[in-house]
Design a protein around this ligand. Structure first.
Ligand SMILES: Nc1ncnc2c1ncn2[C@@H]1O[C@H](COP(=O)(O)OP(=O)(O)OP(=O)(O)O)[C@@H](O)[C@H]1O
Ligand SMILES: [Mg+2]
Length: 183
């Protein structure tokens, strides 16, 4: 069956969009990849920030099996999805303004270094670049766009894509504003 992959750096709004999309598509099944990985015992350890290290090779295998067997559309959401390949997937890469992301991560109590790393990943479009290496149908969308859902549905149904989103200048501005930003 068809898979819709929602990926993007932490806090870009993947879970939020996935829920909205599931409501719209009615007969779709939603899989939160992090929860799926825990359920299938694919956590191999913790990184320096305490986040789970996941066996992505095995995860990709199980997710592909799930999609192949499913009789309905499957929405998969998670940041790990840009580092693996799900067959016949339409991939939505969510992007967000760095100030918004920074505020969200601060509210979550992330360490400064983790916030910095994630913002650099977002500014350099890590997920979009990685997804484009593995998937044919990739669209990038700004999470805070009021027309996000409408645009995502157009992408799913007609393959219509947005223009490139460039957040590099935002990274430079943040670095200039906060002199110890990278510490
Ligand atoms: N477009 C938006 N407008 C307003 N708030 C948003 C928007 N998108 C996400 N948020 C808020 O930002 C926070 C993070 O969103 P969400 O949990 O969906 O991100 P995520 O990409 O799933 O994060 P994670 O990678 O940690 O799973 C939530 O509080 C959510 O309500
Ligand atoms: Mg989430």
């Amino acid at each position: 069956m068809q898979a819709i992959v929602i990926t993007g750096t932490p806090g870009t709004g993947k879970s939020r969009l996935a829920k909205l999309l599931k409501q719209k598509l009615k007969h779709a099944e939603l899989v939160t990849v992090n929860e799926f990985a825990i359920k299938h015992k694919l956590v191999m350890g913790k990184d320096e920030f305490g986040a789970s290290i996941i066996n992505t090779k095995k995860l990709a295998k199980l997710l592909n099996e799930l999609v192949r067997r499913s009789k309905q559309t499957i929405i998969l959401e998670g940041h790990l999805l840009c580092d693996m390949k799900i067959k016949n997937a339409k991939v939505i890469v969510l992007r967000e303004h760095l100030k918004t992301l920074k505020r969200r991560m601060e509210q979550r109590g992330y360490e400064k270094r983790k916030i910095y790393d994630n913002l650099v990943a977002e500014a350099t479009d890590y997920c979009g670049t990685e997804a484009s290496k593995r998937y044919k149908q990739v669209g990038e969308f700004l999470s805070s766009d009021p027309k996000l859902l409408e645009k995502v549905l157009q992408f799913i149904k007609q393959g219509k894509k947005e223009e490139d989103i460039d957040l590099l200048d935002e990274l430079l501005s943040l670095m200039k504003q906060e002199r110890n930003f990278s510490l």
